[in-house]
Design a protein around this ligand. Structure first.
Ligand SMILES: Cc1ncc(C[n+]2csc(CCOP(=O)(O)OP(=O)(O)O)c2C)c(N)n1
Length: 330
């Protein structure tokens, strides 16, 4: 087994195969979303999509620490979280296309996709709505004595919703096995963070509710993993929730096709100088863990897998009208 060249890194990271998995997961999310942008522009996807390109280290860093029994809840910008948690690509893609063979029979589309098998409790188009739902999920597993953990992803904008504050308060009070992951990309729709909140770091808010608030570099997959591991250990030991803030950058607009007239071009350029995947590839090569050709091969295999998933989605029948109340839980 190849070891990282730097002995300090080698001691901290005993399993180099795990590192290649992290690369695979981040690159898969990026390539899937790049493809989604193309097919969306071609008018093949109903509704809106919101991509997380540039933010892949958060999804991968967090989800790589979880087991299939753990459950995540995500947002309108949730493709990466869903795939990194283990949802299969073909039913995912068919769902985004609104097809009957999709994971939710074409009823959910991009913004409400869910998969019980993969432990994806659901995306949500209502900002901040995942937080109280995750509270119920964590309460349920704790009540039944299971040792699984619930994780909820949300944005910096969502941290101003009442649901954020109510959920953190109750989760801390009840010592729930829950990790709150704030993916802070500096923007909420068309507003920069400093236009809607006075503080820089959302992690500081944890103190007000009696739980640890941890701020990590959300563009470094290994740092996200370190933060997540600590939060998970706390949750699994019955010590309660953690607020993990991952600072990252939004490379594209709020939604696919957003012309971003409200955003200075320099801000977009600056965001794109921070590339979690390119940085991680550099690290793998420098540490002697992968060669350029090997990484290019991963890229090529992923593109084949993605093309097959698109073909599967396009060949799937459209979701029949009139079925929309079939899977409603009441
Ligand atoms: C309750 C509610 N208010 C407003 C909106 C419109 N809206 C959709 S996404 C968004 C911004 C969310 O920002 P953030 O939570 O930071 O997530 P990001 O888009 O940056 O991932 C807003 C205001 C909504 N969908 N739901």
């Amino acid at each position: 087994m190849t070891k990282p060249k730097d002995p300090a890194i080698s001691a901290a990271i005993p399993n180099d195969d795990g590192l290649m998995d992290l690369h695979h997961s981040m690159l898969r999310v990026r390539l899937v979303e790049e493809k989604l942008l193309q097919v969306f522009a071609d008018g093949k996807i109903p509704g809106f999509i919101h991509v997380s390109i540039g933010q892949e280290a958060v999804a991968t860093g967090v989800c790589s620490c979880l087991t299939p029994a753990d459950t995540i809840f995500t947002t309108h910008r949730g493709h990466g979280h869903t795939l990194a948690k283990g949802m299969e690509l073909k039913p995912f893609m068919a769902e985004i296309f609104g097809r009957a063979n999709g994971a939710c029979h074409g009823n959910s589309g991009s913004m409400h996709v869910a998969s019980a098998e993969a432990g994806v409790g659901g995306a949500n188009g209502i900002v901040g709505a995942g937080l109280p739902i995750s509270l119920g999920s964590a309460f349920g597993t704790a009540f039944k004595g299971e040792d699984s953990v619930t994780v909820v992803f949300f944005g910096d904008g969502a941290s101003n919703q009442g649901t954020f504050h109510e959920s953190l308060n109750l989760a801390a009070l009840w010592n729930l096995p829950l990790v709150f992951v704030c993916e802070n990309n500096g923007w909420a729709q068309f507003s920069a963070q400093k236009a809607y909140m006075k503080i820089d770091s959302i992690a500081r808010r944890a103190d007000g509710y009696g739980m640890p608030g941890v701020l990590v570099d959300g563009d470094d997959v290994l740092k996200v993993r370190d933060g997540m591991r600590q939060a998970l250990a706390r949750a699994r030991a019955g010590d309660g929730p953690t607020l993990l803030e991952c600072k990252t950058y939004r490379w594209f607009g709020h939604y696919a096709g957003d012309p971003q007239k409200y955003r200075p071009a320099a801000n977009v350029e600056q965001a794109r100088t921070v590339d979690c995947i390119a940085n991680f590839e550099k690290f793998l090569i420098e540490q002697g863990l992968a060669g350029r050709q090997q990484l290019d091969d991963v890229d090529a295999r992923l593109r084949v897998e993605i093309d097959e998933a698109i073909a599967y989605a396009e060949a799937s029948p459209a979701a029949p009208k009139g079925q929309y109340l079939n899977d409603v839980y009441a």
